[in-house]
Design a protein around this ligand. Structure first.
Ligand code: BES
Ligand code: MN
Ligand code: ZN
Length: 502
């Protein structure tokens, strides 16, 4: 792809990836998979080590205590005659139980251990080329932020990782994984960028440029256009900020498309809660409240780069939720795009207000499927923890999206919409209200609220990623700190499957 024309203040670093027919003359590291066998460590034969080298490396690894258990990293000197300085072995566990996710995680853990290395050649791809490529790209990723000094080479990710493969199928799998991983990294970069640098207007500019680079049609509505077209939810949420809201629409319309998919993503560039102000603790993490929109933008860019024969339209409402003298108040009634009205009980339930407009707009195009994702509720984490997304929607499609997530290592679980909460949606002054006075099932209430803006006959899924999109816990496998890029791989996989389906 041509060099991007869009500007972010900082991009995360990640290695160059290459597919080669055979190993280059020399490398700094050979990265090889090992297994935990019944009789100890197993080192599978591969294109990198001949029989003699294989025996020596296995002996050395065993001598220093390598067991082959999943994600275990062991580094030993390369034997003479091997064209690398050292051998890094990464455990894949029991060879009978290896899955794509095992390979992805091991590749990620290995890539993290290669910080400061120049070139590594790996045969981990022998056990899943695509997963190995994704694991390396995602695991090695480092976002350093905006700093006054350049990092030293020994602090940077491995510069280049070479995978081995010589068939057309290998080439296809490699390219698909690389494009997918690059989209995950784009989503991570966007989410990791602070609100000082990423506010609605700036973000819209970045998405427009990135969209054009990928060959998408781009439309950006500014505050005047939003006013004219009646996007009352987006305007209400953006009203408190000196930095006005935007609505970005990106479309990928290949001629051979048989299926159409609308994607929608929450783009709150910072969520203070507004007049219903959030507590100070961890409020800085609310730079990630645009994670849904970042994942959706990254997904449609991947769809274009993969030339998927499916029509995709992304609708991205961008706003900053701030308290001020111009901010929307609790008790206010707003009119959404399409005409439904909402009473605002809590200005911190702002995501659903901007999404309401966006879902109504996306529904108008009458897509076959509508998939939306948002860092919508703290209740998602209460229900499912920090890593598992909650999926609501029409029964069959909801289950399908949750299953797709699990199949690519982005855990997701189907959740119901509750009949009994219909009563709690009622307002004395508007069609519906944006919050209920209950501690029960907050994630499901938000899902029910959103359902009112989706036209009948559209298969839809809402994916609440409040926890999974931003990692505030430990690092493991290919999951690094802060932005994760979830659910880009779920969505790209879903689009690839929908493209093949008809
Ligand atoms: N952006 C938050 C949800 C969130 C919380 C995401 C923590 C990631 C981490 C959302 O806008 C919000 O504030 N939701 C409220 C809704 C409530 C006021 C009905 C919540 O979950 O507390
Ligand atoms: Mn909020
Ligand atoms: Zn929010």
């Amino acid at each position: 792809m041509a060099k991007p024309t869009f500007q972010l203040p900082a991009r995360g670093a990640s290695p160059d990836l290459e597919l080669a027919k055979k190993a280059p003359k020399n490398a700094d590291v050979y990265l090889v998979p090992v297994f935990k066998g019944e009789e100890g460590l197993e080192l599978p034969a591969s294109a990198l080590l001949d029989d003699a080298a294989l025996r020596t490396v296995l002996e050395t690894l065993t001598a220093v205590g390598a067991t082959g258990k999943a994600d275990e990293i062991t580094r030993v000197p390369a034997p003479e005659k091997v064209a690398a300085d050292s051998i890094v072995a990464v455990g894949l566990g029991d060879s009978e139980d290896v899955t794509h996710e095992t390979v992805r995680r091991a590749a990620g853990a290995a890539a993290r251990s290669l910080t400061g290395v120049g070139t590594a050649v790996t045969t981990v791809g022998d056990f899943g080329l695509g997963p190995a490529v994704e694991g390396v790209a995602l695991g090695a990723y480092q976002f350093r932020g905006i700093r006054s000094e350049e990092p030293t080479a020994d602090a940077l990710p491995v510069e280049k990782v070479i995978f081995l493969g010589d068939t057309k199928a290998a080439k296809d799998e490699f390219v698909t994984a690389q494009i997918t991983a690059e989209s995950v990294l784009l989503a991570r970069d966007l989410v990791n960028t602070p609100a000082s640098h990423l506010y609605p207007e700036a973000y819209a500019g970045i998405l427009a440029a990135a969209g054009r680079d990928a060959g998408l049609d781009v439309e950006v509505l500014d505050e005047d256009a939003l006013e004219k077209e009646g996007f009352g939810g987006i305007l209400a949420v953006g009203r408190g900020s000196a930095r006005p809201p935007r609505l970005v629409r990106l479309s990928w319309s290949p001629r051979k498309a048989k299926t159409s998919v609308a994607l929608v993503g929450k783009g709150i560039t910072f969520d203070t809660g507004g007049i219903s102000l959030k507590p100070a603790a961890k409020m800085e993490d609310m730079i990630s409240d645009m994670g849904g929109s970042a994942a959706v933008a990254a997904t449609i860019i991947a769809a274009a780069r993969l030339n998927l024969p499916v029509k995709v339209t992304a609708t991205l409402p961008l706003a900053e939720n701030m308290p001020s003298g111009t901010a929307t108040r609790p008790g206010d009634v707003i009119t959404h795009y399409g005409g439904l009205t909402s009473e605002i009980i809590n200005t911190d339930a702002e995501g659903r207000l901007v999404l309401a407009d966006a879902l109504a707009r996306a529904s108008e195009d009458d897509p076959d499927y509508l998939v939306e994702t948002a860092t919508l509720t703290g209740a998602q984490m209460v229900a499912l923890g920090a890593r598992t997304a909650g999926v609501m929607g029409t029964d069959e499609f909801r289950d399908r999206v949750a299953g797709t997530g699990r199949s690519v290592g982005e855990p997701a679980w189907a959740m119901p919409l509750l009949e009994e909460q219909a009563e709690e949606l009622k307002s004395p002054v508007a069609d519906i209200r944006n919050s209920h006075n209950s501690r029960n099932a907050g994630m499901l209430f938000a899902g029910l609220y959103l359902s009112k803006f989706i036209h009948e006959d559209i298969e839809w899924a809402h994916v609440d990623i409040a926890g999974p999109s931003f990692n505030t816990g430990g690092v493991s496998g290919y999951t690094v700190k802060r932005a994760t890029g979830v659910p880009v791989r779920t969505f790209v996989t879903l689009l690839r499957e929908l493209a093949e389906q008809k």
